[in-house]
Structure formats: C-alpha cells, structure tokens
Design a protein around this ligand. Structure first.
Ligand SMILES: [Zn+2]
Length: 378
C-alpha cells in the first residue's frame, strides 16, 4: 500500500465528497488531517471546518509541505474546487492512485468502490486485448472495441434502448457491461451536457464541468450547452469513465475528423486512418500511399512537467510498425504556456528524439505537407 500521507488525504477527500460532506467524516480523512496538522509549517492549521475547506481550495504549493507533494501532482492546483475534488486531484486519484494500487490494498469500502468502478473499463480492455492476440478474427475484436470507445465518447448520456441498438450484435461486448459504465440518473434530475467537456453538474446554482482549466464557460444559454430531458432509464457516464475515456476522447475525435476530411479529398495519398489500432496501443495510425505509416498519440495535460513522465516510445510491433511517431498536444495548451514543447522535450527522458512533439495544428500541417509531396512525386 502506498502509505503516503498526501495520497491518504486525497483518498479521504474523495470519500468526503462522495458522501456530500455529510457527518461523520471518513476515518481516512480524519487520520490524514491529524497528520497534516502536525506537518503544516507554512500556514497555521485552520480552527473551523469552513477554514479548512477554504485552505484545501488554495494551490497546494502555497500551504502543503513541498517535500511531501508527489512529483506527479501539479501543485498549482488546490485539492478541492468549489466543494468537490479539483480537476488535478481527480486526475491524480484516477490516473496515479487507482491505476497503480492493487484493489486489495484499498483500506476502506468506499475507496474500493471507487477503484472497482475504475477497473470496469480496464477489465473490458484487457479481455479484448487478449482476444485480439489469440482470436481467429482480430479485425472483428478491433471493430467492436472502436465501437465501444466511440460510443462512450459520443454518448455521455444514454438509454437502455440506445444501448440495445448499438450492442445487440457485438460478439465480444455485452449490453449489460456497457450499461455498467453508466449511473442511472434520478427521476426528474436536471441533466446537462457540454459538447466540449461532457456531463455537467450543478454546484451552488451554477453548472460546472469536470475540467475547469480547459472548459469553464457553462452558462445555460451558450450554444454548446444542452439540457438532456429526463426519461425512464436515462444513464450518465460514471465519473471515472468520463474522466479517462470521454474527456480525452474529445480532442482525439477532433483530430480524427480533421484527418478524415483530408482523406476524403486525397484518398490516393492518405490511404487509411485507423482509430485506436491494436486495441488502443495508441490513438491514430495513418497509412500513406508510399507505404509509410505514422503513429499518433494525443495528450491533453495542462502542465508539461506532469505529462513528460508519461511519454514513452509508442508500441511498434507487427501491424503497428511505424516510420514516424508523434505525440500531439491540443494547441490551447501551448497558447497557455509558450515554452510547453521545450519543457516537454527536456523532461521526457524516456522518449527517443525521433518521436515528434507538436501541436494538433502543426500536426495537421505536416499531414498536408506530406500529401502535397506525394502528389508532386506522381
Ligand atoms: Zn465544458
């Protein structure tokens, strides 16, 4: 078990938020706060709960002992934001803690519950990967995986009828297991969706998204904000699936659709674009008419320091062999921070220098340039 005090504080807060801040406070949180009271030096430990909650909203680097903050956590963020886990605390919880800790090591039933939900998609993914490697028809397994993945990205809300329609003929994915990636909405619950960041929730009378650093304008009259009419059986993506699959899927789809448009015009040069090849070894594979292949993975992180340790060489064996590999960053991230790519290049020590690091806009230009080259050669 990672017994790190910081990790326990995050897990305790996750439980606290799940219980809507109701008394009694999770034991895990009380322990973590007792430890914190002893460690705090930069500020005095607040006397009231309100004071404590306000402190937890402040950037971690301004109050938490620096030597105890894990390097994977972006300490420009607080732990809470408007009374719920901050986007960075959620990311850290789902990507670092739940991913790397064994289920049996979670101390409490509630953290186990959060972890189990997170493993639901992972279990499907692992099963399909194994089938892909051993099954007699890997193309079908691949096709069904892409169907599932796109469904989760494009349908943050769904209904039993829609699930039945999409998955009635899949051989390797059951309707029921897809349904389990969603929570049932309560009767007449107001449900909202942002086309840019997925399901919204109401806090203090305002609509809130899952990633305020990237998308924070959610007034009800904006054209990309939609109210979803409640009906019997309406379901909303579980938080972890929204965070790990649906949200990263939005920039992935944006790039995919732009490339599809190039391909429809220049199908003689750009022959194929494959989504999530090899059951998600990376995001996109481009095949050109000169037999060259490009492999692309899209990463949307606010901080290049937190992204850098995640960048490893893309898998390139068998059908996934490639000539060029790319990590593509949504251009908004580079506009927020000018030296983003430089820092990333310097910090990504596990990455060979042949892997390109660039924005989605520059990547699209590269593709166009390659297409033009191929047309000239004819
Ligand atoms: Zn949004």
């Amino acid at each position: 078990m990672r017994s790190n005090e910081f990790d326990n504080l995050i897990l305790g807060l996750a439980e606290f938020v799940r219980r809507d801040g109701r008394y009694p406070y999770p034991e895990l949180l009380r322990h973590a706060l007792n430890k914190l009271a002893l460690e705090l030096t930069a500020v005095t430990y607040p006397r009231t709960l309100t004071g404590l909650l306000a402190l937890l909203e402040k950037p971690v680097k301004t109050w938490y002992p620096g030597r105890l903050v894990p390097k994977e956590f972006d300490s420009d963020f607080g732990l809470l934001y408007e009374g719920v886990l901050s986007e960075e605390a959620s990311r850290y919880l789902y990507e670092e803690l739940l991913e790397k800790t064994k289920l049996s090591e979670f101390a409490t039933t509630l953290t186990k519950q959060i972890a189990i939900e997170n493993f639901q998609f992972q279990r499907i993914l692992e099963r399909l990967q194994e089938l892909y490697n051993n099954d007699s028809e890997p193309e079908r397994v691949q096709q069904e995986y892409v169907l599932l993945r796109l469904f989760l990205i494009e349908n943050p809300y769904t209904t039993p009828a829609q699930l039945r329609k999409a998955f009635s003929t899949t051989r390797h994915i059951s309707i029921q297991e897809v349904g389990e990636l969603y929570d049932e909405c309560e009767e007449n619950e107001p449900c909202w969706n942002c086309d840019r960041c997925g399901p919204l929730f109401k806090k203090y009378g305002k609509l809130r998204g899952i990633k305020p650093s990237a998308c924070n304008a959610h007034r009800q009259n904006l054209p990309f904000i939609r109210q979803i009419t409640w009906k019997q059986g309406l379901r909303r993506l579980k938080f972890g699936i929204h965070l790990r699959i649906c949200l990263p899927g939005i920039p992935e789809m944006r790039l995919f659709k732009a490339l599809e448009e190039f391909q429809s015009k220049y199908s003689d040069e750009l022959c194929a674009i494959n989504l999530y090849p090899g059951i998600d070894r990376y995001d996109l594979q481009l095949r050109f008419c000169d037999q060259s292949t490009w492999a692309v993975d899209i990463k949307d992180y606010r901080s290049p320091y937190n992204l850098a340790p995640k960048l490893t060489p893309l898998f390139g064996e068998g059908d996934l062999r490639y000539d060029e590999s790319f990590y593509v960053i949504p251009i908004q991230r580079l506009q927020q921070r000018e030296d983003y790519i430089e820092i990333l290049r310097e910090q990504a020590t596990k990455l060979p220098s042949s892997t390109h690091l660039l924005s989605d806009a520059v990547f699209e230009e590269r593709v166009i340039h390659k297409i033009e080259q191929l047309r000239e050669e004819k």
